[in-house]
Design a protein around this ligand. Structure first.
Ligand SMILES: C[S@@+](CC[C@H](N)C(=O)[O-])C[C@H]1O[C@@H](n2cnc3c(N)ncnc32)[C@H](O)[C@@H]1O
Length: 177
């Protein structure tokens, strides 16, 4: 990753996630543990695992990256997020789980510091709906994914639940639509 793309992007979105990081991580872990079929479906979309290089973009606290790295010891998993707080939490979780085929780093989906065709698989859960430049983000995913690779995307439906109302507190330009 180049220095330019590793820069700490302190956009309003990064600040939002930085500030709610530890609380979000707890809530998300609870939801993730109870997620059952949706979680399985998303991870299953990436199987069979071979010697893949897998990107978890917008990894947050790193739950998908850690699940995949655990299920696929022959693969290398890279979790990228715009929030420094989440990257610290994700690194800590991987360390406590003693998983060494996963790494986490700061980065921006709108400008990924990886070569073309770098990844054989990408997971992108709950990210496209909160980024500023969605078209640019999707172009970047297409650029770093190998031809014939797999992209698994998950986006929330709009709901009136408490969590969604909280998420709608995101900066106006990145609200879920
Ligand atoms: C709703 S959370 C989902 C986190 C994780 N994928 C999960 O399912 O638990 C959205 C994540 O996208 C990250 N994010 C937002 N904008 C981003 C960007 N431009 N580049 C990389 N990550 C971004 C946030 O920091 C946050 O971790």
């Amino acid at each position: 990753m180049t220095k330019a793309t590793q820069r700490h992007d302190k956009s309003s979105i990064a600040r939002f996630y930085d500030s709610m990081g530890p609380v979000y991580a707890r809530m998300r872990q609870y939801g993730h543990n109870r997620d059952g079929s949706t979680k399985t479906c998303l991870v299953d979309a990436l199987t069979p695992f071979e010697d893949d290089i897998i990107l978890d973009i917008g990894t947050g606290p790193g739950m998908y990256a850690i699940d995949i790295a655990t299920a696929a010891p022959s693969c290398r998993v890279i979790g990228i997020d715009i929030s420094e707080t989440f990257i610290d939490i994700a690194k800590e979780s991987a360390l406590s789980a003693k998983i060494n085929n996963v790494e986490f780093a700061l980065g921006n989906i709108e400008s990924l510091g990886f070569a073309d065709n770098h990844f054989s698989k990408i997971i992108c859960a709950g990210v496209i709906s909160v980024v500023h430049q969605r078209k640019q983000a999707i172009n970047e995913l297409a650029r770093v994914l190998r031809p014939g690779g797999t992209l698994a995307v998950r986006e929330p439906c709009r709901s009136t639940g408490a969590f969604s109302r909280f998420v709608f507190g995101l900066p106006a330009e990145s609200r879920i639509r």
